[in-house]
Design a protein around this ligand. Sequence first.
Ligand code: ADP
Length: 928
Amino acid sequence: MKIKNLPSIICLLLFQTIWSQQLLPDSLTQKPVEEKIAFLQQEGQKHNNIDSSNVYFNEALKLAKTCDCDSLYFRSVEYISDTYYSQGNYKKAIAFIEPFLAQAKESNSTISLFRIHTHLAKNLMLSEQHDEALKHYESALEFSKKIQNKIYLADAYNNLGDMYNTTGLHKNAKKYLLLALEVYNSINAPETEKLYTYKNLMQAIENPEDIEEYAKKALNSLHKSEPKEQASFYLYEGDAYLSKNEELLTPKHYKKSLQAFNKAITIADSLNLDIYKNFGLIGKGSVLLNLNRTSDAIAALENAKQLPQTIPQNEFYLLRKLAVAYERNNNYKKAFITSKEMFTLQDSISHYQSKEKFAEFDAKFNLAEKDKEIALQELEIAKQRNARNKWIFSSIGTLLLGLFIILWLITKQKRKKTLVQMKLEKEQEINQLRTKFLGNIAHEIRTPLTLVSGNLNLALENLDNTTKAKKNLQVALDNTKKITDDANEILELLKFEGHKMTLNKTAVPLRTSLERIVFSFHSMAQIKAVEISYNSNIANTIFVNTDIGKIEKIINNLLSNAIKYAPSNSKIIVNDVFNTDTLSVSVTDFGEGIKYDEQKKIFERFYQSENASKVGGIGIGLALSKEFSELLNGNLTVDSKPGQGSTFALKIPMQTTENNIENVTKPTSLIPQQFPNHNNSSIKEHILIVEDNPQMATYLKELLEDIYHCDVAFNGEEALNLLKTQTYSLITSDIMMPKIDGFELREKINTIEKHKYTPFIFISAKTLEIDKIKGFSLGIADYIVKPFNKNELIARIKNLLKNKASRIKWQLENTNQLSTTESSDQKLLRKIETYIVENLDNDDFKIKELADYVGYSQRQLARIMKQYTGMSPVKFILEIRLQKAFTFLQNKTFFTLSEVRFAVGISSSAYFNKKFKERFGIAPADLI
Ligand code: ADP
């Protein structure tokens, strides 16, 4: 700087200061420079006159140079550039702003860089330098991404959208504009912000129908925006319809377009915005032309022509439309003049067009690059989305897999549990079956064992009476066979399980063999007074090759069941026939029959019907019979009607064989002897024996018939029938019997006044304490377990009869003292009994103590006891002591007799033995 210029420099600075001072109000004199710059910028914006505005902006720029305030500085640059832009002097704007780009880069201000690139692009675009404009818009986009504020990014997208719309590449425009919308949505930008995007989108979309949609979206915020903005929006809207494929446009669209242009014109008119009005009128003219309203179109276009034309393309377009309009209106002169004007513009237009073509080409190239980039970005996004989806799906997959595994584990666990449960249940069932089976065997053995030992004893006693002894021995033998048969059946069943069963076929005369089998049941049937009617239709000459042993077992089973279930004095019919090499045997009884649902089950091992448990048996006979029949290639079936009877049918194929004819006599009917003789009167006391096993019944009768007169009933029902006409001194009964069992019989007797005090003894193979308790609670007098000793039975019966006699005697002698409060007396007796049992080990137990306890006098107590038990209190206490001793001995509760004695409160051994023998017929030692 030369010194000679110094005064002028000083002058300039001074001028500037003064000038600035003039622009700035006094209030800001002392304020920081930033505030002053801001004020100047605002003031510049307020002035409509571009030159005035520029004075302020330039002043702001100058001040900004003096401070370290980059953004204010570059903002001032923009304001100045914008004044050239608004003048349509884009080149000047470009020339002004371009040098500041380097400064912005130096200052590293991202926002400023974004703004300057945008300004440059905007002006370049309008000065038709599309390629350059695109570059700057792209740079602006790059910088916008670095700025934290997303609005800049949306702006950059909007600008690119706008630019592509201008170059006619609407597809790309749409892409950028939608990106802009996405950004706005991501930051929840207000609708007003989106106006520009909607405006441009209307241009970018292909389908005219969608324009309305965006117009609607914009409408809400449009009224809140500046009128200038509104006018601009309507221009875009109107133009949007026109820029679409004409084939897609309907009058409805033209109408919409017209409405939009009219709105824009009205607003522009009110604001004196000639450029907007010009656009509006050109648009309006075009629409009217399309609607064939030529005169109106001419009016609008002429109106536009009067306004200053700033953009040659627009002017050219206006003239072209106007020429067409005049031509359509047959005003060829005007059409010619207008065309001439149009051609004058040709040069600039062709220049524009060639430039446009180049720019378009360039833009297309760039767009292709851009598309590639977008595609890459989309690919990246897709990849990321894929990765995300993959992650999501794999997570879901893992989750589902996990869930599936858990479910599987739960199901497995459940199944395991169910299996374990089922196994457990099966085991329990097997255990129950086993227990039941063992119980059945024990029960089944007790009866024949009693008969074996009992009959052997009788045989010993009857040695001088050979016929009697022989009979006893035969019964003993029969029962030994019964035990052996049961044991064999079990073994055979086991053999079946081990598949070791073989057939032992021999040639046998069929008819004779079957007769022998059937006849062997003669005596058994006789005892139960059952008639076996046997009808054989087999010729004596037939010999067959078969395992007759197995067939015998089957028929034995069928017959013994039939006898077991047939009521006494009924018939059992056995038929047989040999036809087409098949033997058919049927056994029919008229017993209680088998329930339909049980008819299949009875052939299962160990199955016993509910009724059968009253009758006994071990539940394997039919199972074994069926298996034998199948082993012989035949079958065994049942046909039964509950309440009427059953028919078992056996069919076995067998080959006839040559052999000698064997003659056998054929009894056709086995008529049983009348047994038992119910009405054999004598002076002896009458005893009723209720027992379903014929041999057991016979045995009991034989034991007692020397002393008592005995009647036999084969079940509870028969017993009750006899009790209708007969009275008995004592009743003995089995527990397990068909139809009405022992318990039920006792219950029924309890309701019959004339029988309820008749001493009642259970003689049973059931050893369970619970059965005894049940029996005693029903009022039975005694309980004898099979096998029993003959003397024991007789002694017990004698004892009961003695007590009964003494009771009756006392009652006859003391008719005036008889109590009428029976149920309370019975209760009292039970109370006394319990008290005695509680004090059992006290051998010094006195009657007085007992009387005091129940609150009666000793006399009253004696009276009640005599009336109901026939015993004196002393005898009653002794009875209870002895009963308990018997139970202790039977249950092996103690090791020694003295322990038992002490437990029941009898100190003298001799007294205990004597009284025990008297009471039970056996010595206590016999039970140890
Ligand atoms: P059990 O040894 O118990 O008699 P079985 O296998 O011979 O065993 O018979 C099985 C079941 O079939 C018996 O418990 C009984 O319920 C029924 N049953 C067999 N034969 C007859 C019949 N003639 N009348 C009624 N029920 C019968």
